[in-house]
Design a protein around this ligand. Structure first.
Ligand SMILES: NC(=O)c1ccc[n+]([C@@H]2O[C@H](COP(=O)([O-])OP(=O)(O)OC[C@H]3O[C@@H](n4cnc5c(N)ncnc54)[C@H](O)[C@@H]3O)[C@@H](O)[C@H]2O)c1
Ligand SMILES: O=C(O)C(=O)C[C@@H](O)[C@H](O)[C@H](O)COP(=O)(O)O
Ligand SMILES: [Zn+2]
Length: 355
């Protein structure tokens, strides 16, 4: 079992990574809560909700199970969670447990951030991707006009990551999670990037997977400690997300997984970095790895004008000027403002490169 401590300006919390730790939840709670609401999605609830319920026999415990998938990160589901919290009489001493992937984490975290102006919550990630989403306190729901546009920075009280739950993930969710690991490696750790490119992500040993998760979490934890509210280096964690988020929203939430969209966005960032800095980037190498691992790279309906509009409503934009995270070289990320005309040019040449 491994423990990583995050000390941010607004909170400090432990991230515990281990096997079977979902059965020892009391060990990770900071206080004796008056009641608990477990939020999960229908897939995860069917697999693991009973395990979590077994932890608490001495206090009122409730559950809200939402439909699985990105579409649940919406206003209606958020409102339903608030209604559930009111009906279950949650009070300011209650706890929300987010049991699931990034969708549940973002949604339940935002519900916790806003219910009675904020109650405690813990993250119990159950996807590889959620090694990223469960750390750092970004909680949000989507708007049909853009990803994560309604949200807050609201750190959890603890992250309890039982990696045993990852065994039930399907191939698509494995590759989705590995896209964020590649992102962390690209911005911060060249050795890690090379290790990942040598990894057969569909035949991972437990120790290999746990090593990758630890390395990814450490990179993320360090960045959010230094810059919790994204005024500086936290923007680097958005590598690949300017186009990635635009694609998710434009194609319709859930068409591509978040990680699949980010993977395309990472390639676009390398493509733009090559042009802007006139340096060679590992574009072809990463594209080949992604292709070999069946990331959907071709047959994407790129609507350039619409994508540019979506990119302008990205949270990094200032005065509607698109800002992208680029790489001067591996592990040397920078944030660059780009003209719309240039983005259009880069998108067009990228689309040609992707067929
Ligand atoms: N807050 C952040 O910092 C941050 C960071 C990265 C991503 N995100 C957000 O995270 C979301 C994506 O998260 P995700 O990829 O985990 O998606 P997800 O939560 O939708 O989970 C993916 C699918 O896997 C299923 N699932 C989850 N755990 C499972 C398990 N153990 N076994 C079997 N099936 C399981 C889910 O039911 C779902 O169908 C996006 O909305 C993205 O914007 C947020
Ligand atoms: O934690 C961060 O900061 C990130 O950017 C991590 C991203 O992987 C994640 O998808 C995040 O939700 C994107 O943030 P947003 O502010 O662009 O919505
Ligand atoms: Zn992401």
């Amino acid at each position: 079992m491994k423990d990583i401590f995050v000390q941010s300006n607004t909170n400090s919390y432990h991230i515990t990574v281990g096997e079977s730790i979902r059965f020892q939840l009391e060990d990770y709670l900071k206080k004796d809560y008056s009641s608990i609401l477990i939020v999960s999605d229908e897939n995860v609830a069917a697999l693991y909700l009973d395990d979590i319920l077994k932890n608490f026999s001495d206090k009122p415990i409730f559950q809200s199970v939402v439909p699985a998938g990105e579409q649940s990160k919406n206003m209606q589901t958020f409102y339903q969670l608030q209604t559930d919290a009111i009906n279950y009489a949650l009070d300011r001493e209650s706890l929300i447990i987010a049991l699931g992937g990034g969708v549940v984490g973002d949604l339940a975290g935002f519900a916790a951030a806003t219910y009675m102006r904020g109650i405690d919550y813990i993250q119990m990630p159950t996807t590889i991707l959620a090694h990223d989403s469960s750390v750092g306190g970004k909680v949000a729901i989507n708007h049909e006009l853009g990803k994560n546009l309604i949200g807050n920075f609201y750190p959890p009280q603890a992250v309890v990551y039982d990696v045993e739950t990852l065994k039930s993930l399907n191939e698509r969710e494995v590759r989705s999670g590995y896209a964020e690991l590649i992102k962390e490696a690209l911005i911060a750790d060249t050795d890690f990037y090379h290790t990942l490119l040598e990894t057969d992500i569909y035949n991972l040993s437990n120790s290999e997977l746990q090593d990758h998760l630890q390395r990814g979490i450490k990179i993320k934890a360090h960045i959010v400690e230094v810059d919790e509210k994204e005024s500086g280096i936290r923007k680097h964690l958005n590598l690949g997300h300017t186009l990635g988020h635009a694609l998710e929203s434009d194609l319709g939430y859930g068409k591509l997984t978040h990680g699949e969209a980010v993977a395309i966005g990472l390639l676009f960032s390398l493509h733009v970095s090559e042009q802007v800095f006139a340096v060679e980037q590992p574009f072809e190498e990463l594209a080949l790895w992604l292709k070999n691992n069946r990331y959907p790279l071709s047959d994407i309906d790129y609507q350039t004008d619409r994508l540019i509009n979506k990119m302008k409503s990205d949270k990094k934009s200032v005065k509607s000027k698109i800002q992208m995270v680029l790489l001067k070289e591996l592990a040397f990320p920078v944030v660059e403002e780009l003209k719309d005309d240039d983005i259009e040019k880069y998108l067009n040449s990228f689309i040609v490169r992707m067929v």
